[in-house]
Design a protein. Structure first.
Length: 427
């Protein structure tokens, strides 16, 4: 089969890498992709594509499967469009994509489905945000309703901080249309956990748990980012997994059925494991980034067959590699996440790859003079091993192979974790 992957980040190169190992796959195209994805894929960076030209292009290239990586394209309805061309698509419908494209839609969905989540108050101005803050103890979380590339969540420890964040959203319009509406909710203390659920909209299969790191600095300090690293699998007790499945996963899938949402793809559930119960922080409607990078290598099977099967409304069995761990360390540019500096030459051995480590291109650009930074998150250093510690060591060894001025990298991926302490207080 010929496959089209949509996107241009580290997640999408991870998808390309997984698909390229399948004997079922002929050609892989990526729209737009990056030069770093080659030679495993043909990237359409320099082609102007619209719905009219795509109709013709899909037929010419005999595209059998489309895998949509980013949330924006799903929110914009590209899965609906490709399905109208009778192409199998791995990704939910535009209507189902509201679970991520509108955090207010997701909160109402959770409440209706009985999914445990924080109480919230909708706001659309600085004044309303300050008034609604009386219903919550500080710290308070302020979340923009729309898609904001991981930058729409503000943890406010005082009324002054809340006022400043609300001004950024409602008066300075820093998030654009994503910040037209927002809400306040309780701040939940605990340990974050990433759960991915493969679903055909009626049934589901759990992927291994992953642990990602959102803060820019070590010890979970500094502003939130799109993700600075991850590792998988994240081993939890069977008791906690059962509780998550019963209290969170099943009601979420039932909610999809009850809301009559067309969902052939992956549902991400962002969890906070508190000392009382698992709480859902958010839904995403696609693979996370960088969680995809650490989850995809764990499958003992063929991702092309899995994606194609789910796209057709089926649900395949999944077998995972035993005693196998993966880690991802994100290398970011100076100024990320607020104002990343791009166009900086990347030094070192960017092409190095071993059976235990490799780079994925998240934000790079190839020129006649070499590789340049071309985004906030620039490279992913991947490590693989038979233990978590070995995978993490390999990832950091890989990360040392490149450098550019202002490069940012957390040094504690896989080190900062305390979920077992919360498990002990849960049971």
């Amino acid at each position: 089969m010929n496959v089209l992957v949509i996107g241009k980040g580290g997640r999408e190169q991870a998808l390309v890498r997984a698909l390229a190992t399948s004997p079922q796959v002929g050609q892989i195209f990526v729209w737009p992709g990056r030069a770093g994805f080659e030679p495993q894929a043909i990237c359409l960076q320099n082609q102007t594509l619209n719905k009219n030209t795509i109709r013709k292009w899909v037929k010419e290239k005999n595209i059998d499967l489309v895998v949509i990586g980013p949330e924006q394209e799903l929110a914009d309805g590209w899965s609906n469009f490709f399905r109208s061309l009778n192409v199998a698509v791995f990704g939910p419908s535009q209507e189902a994509a509201q679970l991520e494209s509108s955090k207010l839609f997701a909160k109402r969905f959770m409440m209706a489905a009985g999914v445990p989540t924080s109480e919230f108050k909708e706001v659309d101005s600085v004044e309303k945000a300050l008034t609604a803050s009386a219903h919550f103890p500080f710290p308070i979380v302020l979340k923009a309703d729309g898609l904001a590339a991981g930058k729409g969540v503000f943890i406010c420890y005082s009324k002054a901080e809340l006022k400043k964040a609300a001004e950024l959203i409602f008066e300075k319009k820093k998030l654009g249309p994503a910040g037209e509406k927002a809400f306040l909710e309780d701040f939940q203390r605990g340990e974050e956990l990433s759960l991915f659920v493969l679903t055909n909209g009626r049934e589901y299969k759990l992927l291994p748990f992953a642990r990602d790191y959102k803060k820019i600095k070590d010890s979970n300090q500094g502003p939130n980012t799109g993700g600075m690293g991850a590792f998988a699998p994240y081993i939890i007790s069977s008791t906690l997994q059962k509780r998550i499945e019963e209290q969170v996963v099943r009601p979420s899938i039932k909610g999809i059925v009850d809301h009559k949402l067309f969902y052939h793809g992956l549902l991400y559930i962002g969890l906070m494991i508190t000392n009382k119960t698992p709480i859902v922080l958010e839904y995403n409607i696609r693979f996370g980034d960088p969680e995809a990078q650490v989850l995809l290598p764990l499958l003992d099977g063929d991702w092309a067959e899995v994606f194609f099967s789910v796209a057709r409304g089926e649900l395949p069995n999944l077998i995972w590699k035993k005693n196998y761990f993966t880690a991802c360390v994100v290398l970011a540019g100076e100024g990320y996440p607020s104002q990343p500096i791009t166009g900086v030459p990347i030094e070192g051995n960017l092409g190095f790859e071993s059976p235990h480590s490799y780079f994925l291109h998240a934000g790079t650009k190839k020129t006649d003079k070499g590789w340049l930074t071309d985004g906030g998150r620039v490279l992913n250093a991947l490590g693989l091993g038979n233990t978590k510690e070995e995978a993490i060591r390999q990832a950091y060894e890989q990360a040392k192979r490149v450098y550019w001025p202002g490069m940012q990298m957390r040094s504690d991926i896989g080190v900062v974790e305390s979920i077992r302490g919360f498990e002990e207080s849960l049971f």
